[in-house]
Design a protein around this ligand. Structure first.
Ligand code: UD1
Length: 364
């Protein structure tokens, strides 16, 4: 009898993580799989584009939960997910990352005595004001199999008293997707479409509530980015939350009147990879981008006070610059004068994490 795995996706960063896992499971005759999309992200640009670019199968179930406060969204996912879990009765529920969908489906599965496998376990920013940190802590406490992307994650889990038998170091599954899609970017014309010259522009992304929801800090950060854009063109694919704050804080004029600053709609995976892989510098508050830039040797300035991905700072191209606008500006000017770095060789960030994930699942 085959082992039934229920894969969960909900928000943008989940799609790149699940794609290679689905492919690896497909190759096994002893495993069968079901895909559940919670609908945490639902827009064409935040969800559908990724299904197309990553050739993800149509979800077997879509919970269509949409946006809301943390409690509303988490509760809606739990309510909608419980009957789906009971309908399929999988042997494993596989969750990825640290979004609200990860936490909600873990909670429901644990209560129904279904085994949970958490991919990207053990990351810690040690900052509980960050919603993802709460999601990570609860998910890792409950999950039966904790698959880690880096050695530091194993140490975090051991320090929290988690039994070593529950932990497996498998590497970074998002890098599997990066290596698979990278060859396809050669024929992507995103630079021409945006009028950019290779290695002569910055990519900016910001969406963390701690930055963009702050009415004092965010306008000053955006002003710093506008200054950077006067030295080197900046492309800023804009998350819906950030777009809303720009409107709310009256920052549209600043954005529209800065010549080198180009705000664009959020991009699908292929366009975005084609874009940032040819950038001179990335400025971000994203988690995944710290990893992707490290592997490609693109300097990355992370506009946060902490990171749950310290290996990208130690071994990669990531530098934590904090959230102060003056520091961000000075760091960007310095990084622009230095340019590219050698790609990082991080243990098990080798494009084979999904194979190790499947091995771990069947060996438990
Ligand atoms: C979520 C994740 C975050 C991840 C990010 C990537 C949590 C707690 N946070 O944050 O870890 O880095 O996704 O994008 O799970 N919206 C749309 N269209 C959509 C989705 C959202 O317009 O398809 C807007 C809504 O106004 C919504 C807001 O974006 O209220 C925020 O969406 P939400 O899912 O709550 O969190 P993110 O900020 O996207």
């Amino acid at each position: 009898m085959s082992i039934r795995v229920m894969n969960i996706v909900g928000a943008r960063p989940n799609f790149m993580k699940i794609a290679p896992i689905i492919d690896a499971i497909r190759k096994r005759t002893d495993l069968e799989q079901i895909l559940v999309h919670t609908g945490q992200h639902y827009d064409e640009a935040m969800s559908d584009a990724f299904f197309r670019d990553l050739e993800l199968p149509r979800p077997d179930e879509n919970l269509n939960v949409g946006s809301g406060t943390h409690a509303e969204q988490t509760a809606r996912i739990m309510l909608a997910f419980e009957p789906v879990l009971l309908k399929y009765r999988p042997d494993w529920v596989l969750v990825v990352g640290d979004v609200n969908s990860t936490l909600a489906c873990t909670l429901v599965s644990s209560k129904l005595n279904t085994r949970v496998c958490h991919v990207e376990a053990g990351l810690r920013s040690f900052d509980r004001s960050m919603p993802e940190e709460i999601n990570r802590l609860v998910t890792d406490t409950l999950a039966d199999l904790l698959l880690t992307p880096s050695r530091d994650a194993d140490l975090n889990l051991l320090r929290e008293g988690i039994h070593p038998d529950r932990i497996r170091f498998v590497g970074n599954v998002m890098i599997d997707t990066l290596y698979r899609v990278l060859p396809k970017t050669a024929s992507c014309d995103i630079l021409e479409r945006l009028g950019l010259e290779e290695h002569n522009f910055c990519v900016v992304t910001m969406h963390r509530p701690s930055n963009v929801d702050n009415p004092v800090l965010f306008p000053r950060q955006l002003a710093a980015i506008a200054e950077i854009a006067s030295d080197c063109p900046c492309v800023f694919p804009i998350h819906p939350r950030t777009r809303a704050r720009i409107r709310e804080f009256g920052l549209e004029d600043l954005v529209n009147e800065t010549a080198g600053l180009k705000l664009i709609e959020p991009l699908g995976y292929l366009d975005f990879l084609a874009l940032f892989s040819r950038a001179r510098l990335v400025l971000t508050d994203s988690g995944g981008l710290q990893e992707e830039t490290s592997v490609l040797g693109i300097p990355c300035l992370t506009m946060r006070e902490n990171t749950e991905r310290p290996v990208t700072v130690k071994e990669g191209t990531n530098r934590l610059v904090g959230t102060d606008p003056d520091t961000i500006l000075a760091a960007a000017r310095e990084a622009l004068s230095v340019g590219r770095r050698p790609p990082a060789q991080i243990e098990y960030w080798d494009g084979k994490a999904s194979e190790r994930i499947v091995e771990a699942l069947i060996s438990m």
